[in-house]
Design a protein around this ligand. Structure first.
Ligand SMILES: *Cc1c(COP(=O)(O)O)cnc(C)c1O
Length: 411
């Protein structure tokens, strides 16, 4: 069996040889595809002939990206979408509905929390917040109207890490699918199906896009959930069996919402995949070195990085993520004013809200991505005014550390 990096470069390619022998598949920036006859186009629309018809539904460049991800994640089916948020929205809309609930943690990506608490609530979907590290609380929150358990591999910015197999055992015992947001670990660090995860969602905007080139998302079905148990999908399960989720998305939710990935973005993300393992290795190694530097600095009150052996999450992270600990860390200074002063002083590190870019990025979460939340909610989410988030890139680590060192010295 070939390895991850080899597959990322050679795998999942279109079986049809390009007419010019191009090593890279051309980008099919075309909305519609032509067919031989009326009968032909009828067969395509009825799903009996696997051809492309219209790019909101399928597109050859997008499909090539999906095939590569399917190979790399060892999964059953993949749908690429326009953003990470589109991936999460599509899956929740396909599985849940009015008078149902989903179980999750308060430690969530800000827009995911907003989607659940603000956008989907008026449609009758209740979100129940529990501690993902407390199995009894999860079990107690589940009832016959629960449609999914949702968690993130490493929460941002808390960097909380759940024992995912333990949560998967609980959700499986209740016949409920477990959805995991694998954005910051990707299938390179976390093979979700080996830990009992049923559905994986990802923002491919981050590590996969190859350096923050474009926005995109992925829905990955591991093919290990019996969709007869999902009230919204039983009819699809009768017709399509294991394909129920993918079919309901492709032929209904994803198609009707119109959250397709642009072919050009699929091309950029396929290109990004080819160097992803190198970039992740480097950003994880750099993050560990930066965390070790900050831990010893007098002006730094605390450092949170799962790669530090004293971190409460160190052992579970090592086990789940193949001894890598991600590219994101947080650290606390004495005050919000000091955080702002450090951020303002930096010369190399960029002030921006993305993560897992090639560039090292810095941000004060409480005043930016979490600005809309009250101080009570912030406290519940463990987002402090004294906390800075650093997403460590792939520059020379000595330069990243030098920038921080100069900035801290000036405080
Ligand atoms: C960025 C991010 C998202 C949203 O992805 P977009 O591509 O920006 O829509 C969702 N989850 C996590 C963990 C993220 O970091």
């Amino acid at each position: 069996m070939t390895g991850f990096s080899t597959n990322a470069i050679h795998g999942g390619r279109n079986p049809h040889k390009d007419q010019h022998g191009a090593l890279r598949q051309p980008v099919y920036d075309s909305v519609a595809f032509e067919h031989e006859s009326a009968e032909d186009i009828y067969q395509v629309f009825a799903g009996r002939k696997p051809r492309h018809a219209y790019s909101r539904i399928t597109n050859p460049t997008v499909e090539e990206f999906e095939n590569r991800i399917r190979l790399l994640s060892g999964s059953f089916a993949v749908i690429a979408v326009s953003s990470g948020m589109a991936a999460i929205s599509n899956v929740l809309l396909a599985l849940a509905g009015n008078s149902t609930n989903i179980i999750t943690s308060r430690n969530l990506f800000g827009n995911t929390l907003s989607l659940m608490e603000h956008t989907l609530k008026p449609w009758g979907l209740e979100t129940r917040f529990v501690s993902m590290t407390d199995p009894e609380e999860i079990s107690a929150a589940i009832d016959h109207r629960t449609r999914a358990v949702f968690l993130e591999t490493i929460t941002n910015p808390q960097l909380e890490i759940t024992d995912i197999q333990a949560v998967a055992d609980i959700s499986a015992a209740h016949g409920i699918p477990l959805i995991v947001d694998n954005t910051v670990t990707t299938p390179y660090l976390f093979r979700s199906k080996d830990f009992g995860v049923n559905i994986e969602v990802l923002s491919s905007t981050k590590y996969i896009s190859g350096g923050a080139t474009s926005v995109g998302g992925l829905i990955i079905d591991n093919g290990n959930f019996n969709w007869d148990n999902s009230p919204r999908l039983v009819d699809w399960a009768k017709k399509t069996g294991a394909m129920a989720l993918t079919a309901s998305l492709r032929k209904e939710v994803y198609r009707n919402i119109g959250s397709c990935l642009a072919p050009h973005h699929a091309y950029l993300h396929s290109l990004g995949l080819e160097t992803m393992s190198l970039r992740i290795e480097k950003s994880c190694a750099n993050a560990l070195a930066v965390a070790r530097f900050l831990r010893l600095h007098k002006k730094v009150v605390a450092v949170n990085y799962p790669g530090l052996t004293e971190s409460a999450n160190h052992d579970i992270a090592a086990k789940q993520f193949n001894h890598r600990f991600g590219g994101i860390l947080t650290f606390d200074l004495e005050s919000r004013e000091r955080c702002f002063a450090l951020i303002n002083s930096l010369q190399l590190i960029r002030r921006a809200s993305n993560v897992n870019d090639n560039k090292t990025l810095i941000l004060h979460p409480a005043s930016t991505i979490f600005y809309e939340y009250s101080s009570e909610t912030l406290a519940k989410m463990n987002v402090r005014q004294t906390m800075i988030r650093l997403s460590v890139g792939i520059e020379d680590v000595t330069d990243i550390i030098h920038d921080l060192e100069v900035g801290l010295a000036a405080l």
